[in-house]
Design a protein. Structure first.
Length: 170
């Protein structure tokens, strides 16, 4: 019976590698965002050079949005891989992000919510700048959704703080 248990536990432990393709897929998604970012950047340059009607501020906010989403994907890919699959073995490389290897699952949730709130704020600002093309109901929904994200983030943080307090000193 002990052999069977050991075999099952070994198989369970090795199954964590099934998550690796998901995290790699997030890195591929960053490449897709980079292509989109490049197109948006060309659009800004064309709008400036051609004196186009496009609102440059909205176009710049779209770039910020893409950068925030790409950063979020990277944090999730690195943090998720290190938390659930394996440590990333780059040693003490000078370019290693300071947070790498130190982001636990709880930290990952908070970073995720922070990034979602930031992305939502950028989207809301874009909506306000383009309010002429939106109804009050559409704007109200966007504000409501943003507030829901903010409240969710605060509740995540409070829940984590409470959970930390219950662990007590080590």
């Amino acid at each position: 019976m002990k052999k069977t248990e050991s075999l099952l536990e070994s198989l369970m432990f090795k199954s964590r590698w099934l998550l690796a393709p998901f995290f790699f897929g997030l890195l591929v998604a960053i490449v897709a965002l980079l292509i989109k970012f490049g197109k948006q950047l060309v659009g800004i340059v064309m709008a400036i050079m051609g004196g186009g009607e496009g609102n440059v501020i909205i176009l710049v906010l779209a770039l910020i949005d893409s950068a925030l989403i790409a950063s979020l994907l990277l944090i999730i890919a690195f943090g998720g891989y290190e938390n659930f699959v394996s440590k990333i073995g780059v040693g003490e490389h000078e370019d290693r992000p300071a947070w790498m290897g130190k982001v636990g699952f709880s930290d990952l949730k908070i970073k995720l919510m922070g990034a979602i709130v930031a992305i939502s704020a950028v989207e809301l600002l874009k909506a306000f700048l383009d309010a002429d093309h939106m109804t009050n109901t559409q704007l109200a929904w966007r504000v409501g959704i943003h507030i829901a994200f903010v409240v969710s983030g605060v509740l995540f943080a409070i829940t984590d703080k409470i959970a930390e307090g219950k662990k007590g000193p080590h």
